[in-house]
Design a protein around this ligand. Structure first.
Ligand SMILES: [Ca+2]
Ligand SMILES: [Ca+2]
Ligand SMILES: [Ca+2]
Length: 464
């Protein structure tokens, strides 16, 4: 009997893919469809788990999970598996910088279960810029809760990814007196330093000189008992509290001296902000035209197009689309055109811009090489030409031709001059050669020759 636990099933780092449903830059952008692989391990040291499954959910607005379940199979003790991929879409309306919070429930047939949280950001932090205080020095009043205030303005429009506070030159003769607060343009106030060490105020060292507050630093400013000049520290409360807020506007540095005797001055400080950017995905159009003398189909993601049709599908810019050709009965694939070329079964188009592709299918002719006075002319030679010409007529928006003896019966229906004349006429109406360019046939006199059939076949090929 195994009871339910939440320790043994643990997820690893989630790996996201935006190649199939996005711009392929490895970052979640608004408008993209993302595949997510979340490895899971069985941390039991001696108990295997079977039918391990995951279920992904989120309450983040604008995020829709389109593949919520994953199968991890059976995991022996200590084993890990990637499982099948989850998938979700991010609406165009989701703001850049949004943190998407997922809950991943992992379970096994034995009843082991675990609820894990996965957080992914929309967009990515890019190169940081430093914004420097340019005002006059401000005295810090002694033991006065009003404190000293210095502001700087960040121009433009940006969303905060990472932010560091640089205390470049704050003089004071007992830094343990000081409470340092940083206030964002929207009024969010986060205490960066609170009377080190640990609120006691007993750090009697001088000055913040090139003292950087950075969530990524190793040591906390709060634990410091010695000099803090020329070094980086984690702030009393994380700067990540400003993440995803507008970084532009007026920032306020507020320094309060909370004990009497020692004083100081705010002279120089700055903020280093790495904004978050998203790639606004554009919708681009793929136009596929399928033509030729025989039926075939071209399929791709969101696309299925048959001979005689022009099909349009929209994709997020950057999406690779693989098109696959499939000839119909009695048909062969002739070639790709436009943004594709060659004769391979598939063609992949990367949709960096709107593009057009053509695909051409050919009627397969029985006895592809007709030899004069050797290959007998058969009913199938005529019926194949009729089929090919009717397909070409349909592609060219012409009605089907009304053939004399619509069904030719082998060994019964005699080959007639009219059959050949009609093929010539129907082809001419489709854009083929004038009937007068062929050898004139005289009823009951001119035998139907291999060259007559070959000429018509050549004309069909030329019109594909
Ligand atoms: Ca992307
Ligand atoms: Ca930082
Ligand atoms: Ca003081």
């Amino acid at each position: 009997m195994i009871e339910a636990f939440d320790v043994p099933l643990v997820n690893g780092t989630a790996v996201l893919g935006d190649t199939a449903g996005g711009n392929g830059n490895g970052v979640i952008d608004p408008g993209e469809t993302i595949v997510l692989t979340v490895p899971v391990s069985n941390n039991f040291t001696c108990i295997g788990l079977t039918s391990v499954a995951g279920a992904l959910s989120t309450t983040t607005t604008g995020v829709t999970i389109t593949q919520a379940s994953s199968s991890y199979g059976n995991l022996s003790a200590g084993a890990a598996a990637n499982g099948t991929a989850y998938q979700f879409t991010v609406a165009q309306s989701v703001p850049c910088g949004t943190l998407i919070t997922f809950t991943l429930n992992i379970s096994s047939a034995e009843g082991a279960s675990s609820a894990r949280t996965i957080t992914l950001r929309v967009g990515q932090a890019v190169t940081a810029t430093t914004y420097t205080y340019t005002g006059s020095p401000v005295s810090i009043p002694d033991n006065n809760p009003t404190g000293a205030i210095a502001t700087l303005t960040v121009p433009g429009s940006l969303v905060i990814g990472d932010i560091n506070l640089n205390l470049t030159n704050i003089t004071h003769t007992w830094i343990g007196d000081l409470v340092v607060q940083l206030i964002a343009p929207d009024g969010t106030n986060i205490t960066m330093i609170n009377r080190p060490p640990n609120g006691t105020g007993s750090n009697g060292n001088d000055n913040f000189t090139n003292t950087v507050l950075d969530d990524e630093a190793t040591n906390s400013i709060q634990s410091q008992t010695g000099s803090v000049t020329n070094a980086s520290f984690r702030p009393a409360n994380p700067l990540s509290g400003f993440a995803n807020k507008a970084g532009n506007g007026t920032w306020t540095l507020k320094i309060i001296d909370a004990a009497s005797v020692d004083t100081g001055t705010i002279t120089a400080w700055s903020l280093t902000i790495a904004p978050i950017t998203c790639t606004v995905s554009q919708t681009v159009t793929l136009t596929v035209t399928v033509r030729g003398s025989a039926n075939g189909t071209v399929t791709g993601s969101g696309m299925s197009c048959s001979t005689g049709s022009t099909c349009i599908a929209n994709y997020t810019s950057g999406t690779p689309v693989t098109l696959t050709e499939a000839p119909g009965s009695g048909a062969s694939f002739k070639s790709w055109g436009g943004a594709c070329s060659g004769t391979a079964t598939t063609c992949t188009v990367t949709m960096t811009a709107s593009q057009s592709v053509t695909a051409t299918f050919s009627q397969v002719f029985t006895d592809p090489t007709l030899t004069a006075r050797s290959t007998p002319i058969k009913a199938v030679h005529v019926t194949e030409l009729r089929s090919a010409i009717n397909t070409l007529r349909a592609v060219n928006s012409l009605s089907a031709f009304s053939w004399t003896d619509p069904t030719l019966t082998v060994g019964t229906t005699p080959a007639k001059k009219v059959h050949m004349d009609e093929l010539r006429q129907a082809l001419n109406e489709t854009g083929g050669p004038s009937p007068s360019s062929y050898e004139t046939l005289v009823a009951q006199q001119t035998p139907i020759k291999a060259s007559h059939i070959s000429d018509l076949r050549n004309a069909v090929r030329a019109l594909e």
